[in-house]
Ligand binder design. Structure first.
Ligand SMILES: *[C@@H]1O[C@H](CO)[C@@H](O)[C@H](O)[C@H]1NC(C)=O
Ligand SMILES: *[C@@H]1O[C@H](CO)[C@@H](O)[C@H](O)[C@H]1NC(C)=O
Ligand SMILES: *[C@@H]1O[C@H](CO)[C@@H](O)[C@H](O)[C@H]1NC(C)=O
Ligand SMILES: *[C@@H]1O[C@H](CO)[C@@H](O)[C@H](O)[C@H]1NC(C)=O
Ligand SMILES: *[C@@H]1O[C@H](CO)[C@@H](O)[C@H](O)[C@H]1NC(C)=O
Ligand SMILES: *[C@@H]1O[C@H](CO)[C@@H](O)[C@H](O)[C@H]1NC(C)=O
Ligand SMILES: *[C@@H]1O[C@H](CO)[C@@H](O)[C@H](O)[C@H]1NC(C)=O
Ligand SMILES: *[C@@H]1O[C@H](CO)[C@@H](O)[C@H](O)[C@H]1NC(C)=O
Length: 458
């Protein structure tokens, strides 16, 4: 059972003082967002608001203090405006056949035309056809705002030799673009089976080499990705790298549960991204939120099968990692191996902080809540090291459902850099067959609020 709110109050005041003193030491000297709430003068950075006196007056969204920024993506309203005149460019006009022959050249020419248009352009991939594409990059900057309307199917070559001499990390890449929409209800099929069969995760005697990400957005600003199906990627399905101001919705991402490394949505060095109303069923992480990501909101998501929602892995190869202002609110996880997980390697530095997981239903999830600061996804064992990515100010609120394993909550933090400011509020995770569950705590400090089951060790 957690502490009652009445008993919690003095404790939380202590925490408040503790945090104000402590966080001034660790606070980023160059904060990228304004900590001071202009209406109240309340300093959100010095006092993680969930321990503060403002809690009851605030909505869930002000808790981490970044929702207003997410909602101010006003540039999208202009992109949505119907009155702008536009040029339509169909890949068929440039010789695309959609009959199983290689259409890469036709797509490249059509892109050149659309990107060079002096008025808003729409690149169309027509319905009822399947276009075969080899590796392709759609580069900006373009003269005008651009839409890509995929109503048909785009399929990858299944011949891995088509990547010989090329960067094997990409199949379709969009880069250096501003004000781009990609939508249309069509399908992007990575045709990944031969890559999976040649993965070292499937066949231990093979060397570990990367495989392409089906769809990558790199260095894009003001981006909408919606209403698409992405399936059977060679490796990750959808990746956002160094993007800003992104709205993602209505995606269906699928791959077999045993396909290796087929993450659903990968977010790295990206700020202000909202992902909503999507279903992700793959063989690896539903989401992986990596270093440099900030102001990320994920809402109304279904995951599973797969490895669940992950922040990290962070700090691999002794790297410095920073992740903050992550809100995951409203998710259903079915039979995933992890639920909501923060994973860091030993030896890294930096921090993962101001993270909130709320309203998440677990359905027979193997490890529903986990912080693992001893993450080690390598063939060699990872030695104990004295540094780690610091994990702090993480809220778990209203997380309910069933756990396939006995340890439903596992905080396995670093001895040298413990986890701090962990809040469990209204947690109920029982065994799938109704059995009792437990919680494990190692080097973690935090608080409980409301009803917390399994019995808390915080
Ligand atoms: C781009 O458009 C301009 C005219 O608007 C034209 O002169 C130029 O050749 C075009 N470039 C390409 C690569 O199509
Ligand atoms: C695509 O297929 C649907 C269903 O068969 C048909 O109704 C529609 O007219 C087709 N569209 C085109 C452009 O051929
Ligand atoms: C795969 O591509 C390579 C070179 O691109 C070609 O030599 C080979 O015949 C192709 N294999 C198949 C099965 O099509
Ligand atoms: C694994 O890879 C080795 C080396 O290429 C190959 O000989 C073997 O047949 C593969 N095993 C399976 C099950 O595909
Ligand atoms: C949640 O997402 C699903 C699609 O995955 C959609 O059908 C549903 O309407 C969404 N719910 C809300 C409240 O937007
Ligand atoms: C729960 O998941 C485990 C595997 O993680 C599976 O063996 C078991 O059958 C599932 N139970 C139910 C009731 O679905
Ligand atoms: C914590 O992590 C270490 C290193 O991976 C592992 O040996 C240990 O079993 C873990 N503890 C728990 C309770 O999971
Ligand atoms: C489950 O927990 C309850 C309450 O702590 C206890 O009475 C019961 O014996 C436990 N059941 C099992 C199977 O351990």
């Amino acid at each position: 059972m957690g502490l009652s709110p009445r008993r919690l109050l003095p404790v939380s005041m202590l925490w408040l003082c503790y945090y104000s003193c402590y966080s001034s030491l660790i606070e980023d000297p160059h904060p990228l967002y304004n900590c001071i709430d202009s209406a109240t003068g309340y300093d959100q950075c010095a006092y993680p608001a969930y321990y503060g006196p403002m809690e009851d007056q605030h909505t869930q969204f002000s808790i981490i203090g970044y929702e207003p920024a997410i909602l101010s993506l006003d540039r999208f309203d202009q992109m949505d405006s119907p009155e702008a005149s536009q040029t339509e460019v169909s890949v068929d006009d440039f010789g695309a056949k959609g009959d199983g022959t290689d259409d890469t050249k036709a797509f490249e020419k059509a892109w050149e035309e659309a990107c060079n248009s002096s008025e808003k352009a729409v690149l169309v991939v027509p319905e009822n056809k399947t276009y075969l594409l080899k590796q392709i990059t759609f580069s900006g900057p373009c003269k005008s705002d651009l839409s890509v309307k995929i109503t048909g199917t785009i399929e990858a070559s299944s011949n891995r030799s088509d990547w010989d001499g090329l960067n094997r990390r990409h199949w379709i890449e969009f880069k250096d673009l501003k004000n781009l929409r990609v939508e249309g209800g069509g399908t992007i099929n990575g045709n990944g089976k031969t890559w999976w069969d040649n993965s070292c995760k499937r066949n231990k005697s093979l060397p570990c080499t990367g495989a392409p990400t089906a769809l990558t957005f790199r260095s894009c600003k003001n981006l909408i990705v919606k209403n698409l199906r992405i399936k059977d990627s060679q490796q990750m399905h959808l990746s956002f790298e160094r993007c800003e101001n992104v709205r993602v919705s209505d995606l269906i991402i699928t791959a077999p549960g045993d396909s290796p490394n087929t993450d659903g949505i990968h977010i790295t060095s990206t700020q202000k991204i909202l992902v909503m109303n999507s279903v992700i069923r793959t063989g690896d992480d539903c989401f992986s939120i990596e270093s440099g990501s900030k102001k990320v909101k994920v809402t109304n998501i279904t995951c599973g099968p797969g490895h669940g929602i992950s922040i990290g892995s962070l700090g691999d190869g002794n790297s410095e990692a920073h992740v903050s202002e992550i809100l995951v609110v409203g998710a259903n996880l079915f039979e995933t191996t992890n639920g909501i997980r923060i994973k860091t390697w030993q030896g890294g530095s930096g921090n993962a902080k101001n993270i909130k997981f709320q309203d998440i239903a677990m359905h027979n999830v193997t490890r529903p809540i986990i912080i693992d600061q001893n993450y080690c996804d390598s063939k060699k064992p990872c030695p104990e090291q004295g540094s780690a990515v610091k994990v702090s100010s993480v809220v778990y609120k209203n997380i309910k459902g069933t756990s396939a394993s006995e340890v439903a909550v596992n905080f396995n933090c670093s001895k040298s850099i413990p986890c701090e400011g962990i809040l469990l509020e209204d947690i109920n995770l029982v065994g799938t067959s109704g059995s009792n569950t437990t919680m494990s705590c190692k080097n973690v400090q935090g608080l409980n609020k409301g009803e917390v089951y399994p019995p808390s060790c915080l």
